[in-house]
Design a protein around this ligand. Structure first.
Ligand code: FES
Length: 91
């Protein structure tokens, strides 16, 4: 089980963390990954000015926007679960 944590602090919330969660949930369903990814919230980890902070496993990414969330999922999350599907976009 891969844990993906999205910052739900005020600054990240204002920059679209809820939309990012929605995109991740949609991608998890589309790829049939229910049971393989745990989405959780996390508190502010600074610096807040870079858009939303996301932690994938032990790696922290800063500056994620809702517009980039799908590509982020395909490039940073999916390969950790299904390396053979890396970069593939379902129809
Ligand atoms: S509110 Fe998300 S990093 Fe500060």
């Amino acid at each position: 089980m891969l844990t993906v944590s999205i910052c739900v602090g005020q600054s990240c919330h204002e920059k679209g963390s809820a939309e990012i969660v929605s995109v991740f949930e949609q991608e998890i369903r589309q790829h049939g990954l229910e049971g393989n990814v745990a989405l959780t919230g996390m508190h502010c980890s600074d610096p807040c000015f870079l858009s939303t902070t996301v932690r994938v496993g032990e790696r922290v990414f800063r500056g994620l926007s809702p517009q980039d969330a799908r590509d982020f999922f395909l490039n940073e999350i999916l390969p950790r679960i299904r390396p053979e599907d890396s970069g593939k976009r379902p129809d």
